[in-house]
Design a protein around this ligand. Structure first.
Ligand code: ASP
Ligand code: MG
Length: 463
C-alpha cells in the first residue's frame, strides 16, 4: 500500500515519543508499504513561536524564551542519542542563528508582520523534521527532509494560506519522482508563487497530509495522534467514550465542527475529492484499529455515531413584530456580522419569522451586538425590532450520524431524554444534511445532557 503517515505535535512532544514514531515508521516500512511522512512541530513549539513573534512586535521579547525553546530541542537531540551527529549539529546551530537574526528583522506592526511571522513559525517544523530524519538515518533508514515550501504552492494569505491544488500536485509529483529516499515532510508550510513562505492555518499539518496524499494518489492517509481515534463524546464529559471504528467523511466533518477536535474539516477536502480513506490512530497504542473515515461505512446498525459539544457560547436572540414577512432581515443580520469576520456557530429561526437566534463565541459577543445595533438602528428606534437578548454560558451539543436521515424518531428520542433529565433546551437546529441534530443548553447542564444521551445511544446495554 502507498500511505501518508502524519504525526502531530503530541506524537513528537519528547524523546520517548519520537522513538515511538520511529518504530511506527520502521514497522510500516518492514511491511513493505511505500510511505511519505508528514510531521508537525514538537508539541507547544508553534504556540511558543507565535508568542515570541508577538512579544518581539510589542517590544516585550526576552531572549530567554527563545533559548528555552532551542534548549528543549537540544535536550531531545541528546536524549535520542544524536549529540554526536556532526551534520545535525551544524544545521541546528545554523537554524538557531538564522532564527535569532530573523527576530531582529521584525517589521513591527506593518502589513509585512504576518509574512515575517510565518517565516518565524517555519522553524518549528524545520527543526522537528530535521531531528526525526537524522534519527531515522542513524538507524539505517535512508530518510531525508522535504521542505514543503518547495512544493506546496499557496496564495499570499499569510497565517492561513489557501493551497493551489493542481500546481502543488504537479510540483509534489515531480519532486518525488526525482527523490528516491524516504521523504520526511514539514507539515503546515507552503510558499506563494514568489517563493515566500506561508503557513496553512493552525493544525495545518493535517491539511498538508491530505494534500500530499491526494498529489501522490496514496491508498490511505494515517493521522497519528494521542487519542484512540474519533470518540463518541468528549472524554471530559463522559467516563468511557468509545472509539468510533468507521465514519463517513460527512460524519467526521459534523463531529469535528462541533468540538471533537481530531481532524480539522478543511483538511479533509483533498482526501475527500480523491476518496482516499483517512485513518486516525494513537501513536501510543498503535495496536488499536483507530477510526477509519471514508466515503462509505457499513451501517452496522448504528444510526448515530457520536456526540459533539462546544462550551461557553453566547446566544443572541433578535425578535420583533417588524420582522414578520420582511425580506432581507436575515441577509442583513448575517452580512453585518460576516463583514467583520464573526463566525456564527448555529442559527435557528421559527417559521413565524418573528425571531431569529444564533450562537457566537463569547469574545465576539460585544462586537456582534454593536454591529447589529448599528445595522438595525432605524428598526430599533421604530420598535419594529426589540433590543437584542443575550444569554451566555451556554453549550452547543450535537448528535451526529448518517443513519438519522433514514430513521424516524431520533429527534423525539433526543428531546425525550433531555426532558426526562429536566434539562431545558434553549434553542434547536437540525443540520440541513440531516446528519446532525444540534441544541443549546446551559453550560451547567451540558455534562448531564451529554452523559444521558451517551447512555442511550452508545451504552445501550446499560440504559
Ligand atoms: N505546528 C502547527 C500548529 O501547531 C501545525 C500542526 O500542528 O498541525 O498549528
Ligand atoms: Mg499542532
Amino acid at each position: 500500500m502507498k500511505k501518508i503517515l502524519k504525526f502531530g505535535g503530541s506524537s513528537v512532544g519528547n524523546a520517548e515519543r519520537l522513538k515511538k514514531v520511529v518504530s511506527i515508521i520502521e514497522k510500516t516500512l518492514d511491511e513493505n508499504h511505500e510511505i511519505y511522512v508528514v510531521v508537525s512541530a514538537f508539541q507547544g513549539v508553534t504556540d511558543s513561536l507565535i508568542k515570541i513573534s508577538l512579544d518581539v512586535r510589542d517590544g516585550k521579547y526576552e531572549e530567554k524564551s527563545l533559548l528555552t525553546l532551542l534548549s528543549r530541542h537540544e535536550d531531545i537531540i541528546m536524549e535520542v542519542g544524536l549529540d554526536s551527529d556532526a551534520e545535525l549539529g551544524v544545521i541546528f546551530r545554523k537554524y538557531s542563528t538564522d532564527l535569532k537574526e530573523l527576530l531582529l528583522r521584525c517589521p513591527g506592526a506593518s502589513v509585512d508582520f504576518n509574512m515575517w511571522k510565518d517565516e518565524v513559525l517555519s522553524f518549528g517544523e524545520l527543526l522537528s523534521v530535521r531531528i526525526l530524519s537524522a534519527l531515522l538515518r542513524s538507524r539505517q533508514t535512508d530518510a531525508e527532509l522535504l521542505d514543503a515550501r518547495k512544493v506546496v504552492i499557496t496564495d499570499s494569505n499569510y497565517g492561513n494560506a489557501y493551497v493551489h491544488y493542481q500546481k502543488s500536485y504537479d510540483r509534489i509529483r515531480e519532486y518525488v519522482s526525482n527523490h528516491g529516499r524516504l521523504q520526511i515532510i514539514t507539515g503546515f508550510l507552503g510558499a506563494n508563487e514568489y517563493g515566500k513562505g506561508t503557513t496553512l492555518g493552525r493544525s495545518g499539518s493535517d491539511y498538508s497530509a491530505s494534500i500530499f496524499g491526494a498529489a501522490l494518489n496514496v491508498d490511505q492517509i494515517e493521522i497519528w495522534t494521542d487519542v484512540d481515534g474519533m470518540l463518541t463524546a468528549n472524554p471530559e464529559f463522559v467516563n468511557q467514550p468509545i472509539s468510533i471504528p468507521e465514519l463517513t467523511y460527512e460524519e467526521a466533518m459534523e463531529l469535528a465542527h462541533a468540538g471533537a477536535k481530531v481532524i480539522f474539516p478543511p483538511a479533509m477536502i483533498p482526501a475527500l475529492y480523491k476518496q482516499i480513506p483517512i485513518v486516525v490512530k494513537n501513536t501510543f497504542r498503535p495496536e488499536l484499529p483507530g477510526t477509519r473515515i471514508a466515503q462509505n461505512r457499513k451501517l452496522q446498525g448504528q444510526i448515530t455515531v457520536g456526540l459533539s459539544s462546544v462550551s461557553h457560547v453566547t446566544l443572541l436572540r433578535m425578535q420583533g413584530a417588524g420582522m414578520v414577512g420582511v425580506k432581507g432581515i436575515n441577509a442583513r443580520l448575517f452580512t453585518c456580522l460576516a463583514d467583520k469576520g464573526i463566525s456564527v456557530m448555529l442559527v435557528s429561526q421559527a417559521f413565524s419569522e418573528h425571531s431569529t437566534c444564533f450562537a457566537v463565541k463569547p469574545e465576539e459577543t460585544d462586537l456582534a451586538m454593536m454591529l447589529i445595533d448599528d445595522e438595525f438602528e432605524k428598526e430599533l428606534k421604530a420598535k419594529y425590532i426589540e433590543p437584542l437578548r443575550v444569554e451566555s454560558d451556554l453549550s452547543l451539543v450535537a448528535v451526529v450520524g448518517e443513519g438519522m436521515q433514514y430513521t424516524p424518531g431520533i429527534a423525539g428520542l433526543v428531546f425525550q431524554v433531555l426532558g426526562r433529565e429536566k434539562i431545558n433546551v434553549e434553542a434547536i437546529a437540525q443540520g440541513s444534511s440531516r446528519r446532525n441534530i444540534s441544541f443549546i443548553v446551559k453550560d451547567s447542564e451540558a455534562q448531564q445532557a451529554i452523559q444521558a444521551l451517551h447512555r442511550i445511544f452508545f451504552e445501550k446495554s446499560k440504559s
